[in-house]
Design a protein around this ligand. Structure first.
Ligand code: SAH
Length: 342
């Protein structure tokens, strides 16, 4: 069975030529799929014969809402979607002044093992497909009735560990015949896979690259992020510098503030040292407490922020949204997995 929604427009038109149909039929189907139509039956500009042929040879992905939570504090909506094979992933819809943003997942689970993150606890189950990534945007838009203008790849999974799928997803979601969401409205967050950062740089995309740094020294970073053990902070920054030189795009460094772990003055100073000469911006994140972890939110966010700012670094502190609905990614999926095993 063919997953038509994961195809690019070019692939779709050549597929329809193979079916013995004119190429423009491919474009018509591309339009329907990118509007979130869930059955060939509904594709009213196709002949009955063609619809039946598609029904017999292809499938259309359509995630089901397994759970949905709406924050009473700020209207943030969190979806737990059930995929075709029964696996679940999360998507969060956040409302900002500059427009609605969705935070989407790239894998079922994650194999990166960060100590503070709920998504990685059960390891990686599988990669998502391009259609399953696109569906999170399409179906969040359809279910909520809200137009989505921004996307962050900051949900469950490591996007650069599912590189080809993510590149294809970007092409699909950015396509003028599809949702047409501009690259400048998309952020991709990585735990710092340096070879993949170098590879991404070659595409010279206008998206924002966010690097989850969380500590500027190898001892701390390797403790909380196993990915650091093979590469190290020095090489990570070298790769970030190359990324900036090639793309001209400033990197945003994410830094989740953890009590007594990465919130010391000397760490702020070391961070400043690394950022000298590489235009970038630091986003301090209040740690979301994860039940299974012994790490706690820092009480020094303001001090840390001031220390960075005094030394010329641009810093923002992430506003906490959806605090009442487990909105930090991975937590809702975790809860459901626990319920299922009880
Ligand atoms: N794998 C990618 C994207 C998913 S995680 C990455 O590592 O960047 C998205 C962001 O949420 C990352 O910066 C991650 O470190 C952060 N994060 C994960 N768990 C968190 C928690 N409990 N509190 C605050 N931020 C967290």
């Amino acid at each position: 069975m063919l997953d038509l929604k994961s195809m690019t427009l070019e692939e779709m038109t050549s597929q329809f030529t193979d079916f013995g149909e004119p190429a423009f039929r491919g474009k018509q189907v591309f339009h329907w799929l990118h509007r979130g139509v869930t059955s060939f039956e509904d594709m009213s500009n196709l002949s009955k014969e063609l619809r039946e042929k598609l029904e017999a040879n292809c499938f259309i992905t359509a995630p089901q809402v397994e759970r949905k939570q709406v924050s009473r504090q700020d209207g943030t909506v969190k979806y737990l979607w059930r995929l075709r094979d029964g696996n679940c992933v999360e998507t969060v819809l956040m409302r900002y002044h500059h427009g609605n943003t969705v935070c989407i997942s790239s894998q079922v689970g994650c194999r990166m093992g960060c100590a503070f993150c709920a998504s990685t606890i059960g390891g990686k189950v599988r990669d998502l497909t391009p259609a399953e990534m696109l569906d999170q945007v399409l179906f969040t838009q359809l279910d909520s009735g809200e137009l989505i203008s921004n996307i962050v790849l900051m949900g469950i999974g490591e996007p650069l560990d599912n590189f080809d799928t993510v590149m294809r997803f970007l092409e699909l979601v950015n396509h003028p015949e599809g949702l047409n969401i501009g690259m400048r409205h998309i952020s991709l967050s990585t735990c710092g896979l340096t070879e993949k950062i170098d590879k991404l740089a070659q595409y010279k995309l206008q998206l924002t690259l966010s690097v989850s740094l969380h500590a500027p020294d190898d001892e701390t970073r390797s403790k909380i992020m196993p990915v650091n053990r093979s590469v190290g902070v020095e090489r990570l920054f070298e790769s970030c510098r190359r990324y900036f030189e090639i793309t001209g795009r400033r990197i945003s460094y994410e830094y989740a503030m953890i009590d007594g772990v990465n919130d010391h003055d000397w760490q702020a100073d070391l961070l400043v040292k690394y950022l000298k000469g590489t235009p970038g911006h630091v986003n301090l994140i209040p740690l979301n407490e994860v039940e299974e972890s012994s790490l706690h939110p820092s009480r020094r966010i303001r001090e840390f922020q001031k220390r960075l700012e005094k030394q010329g670094v641009t810093v923002t502190v992430r506003r906490k949204l959806g605090g009442d609905i487990d909105a930090s990614c991975g937590q809702l999926r975790r809860k459901r997995m626990e319920e299922k095993t009880q």
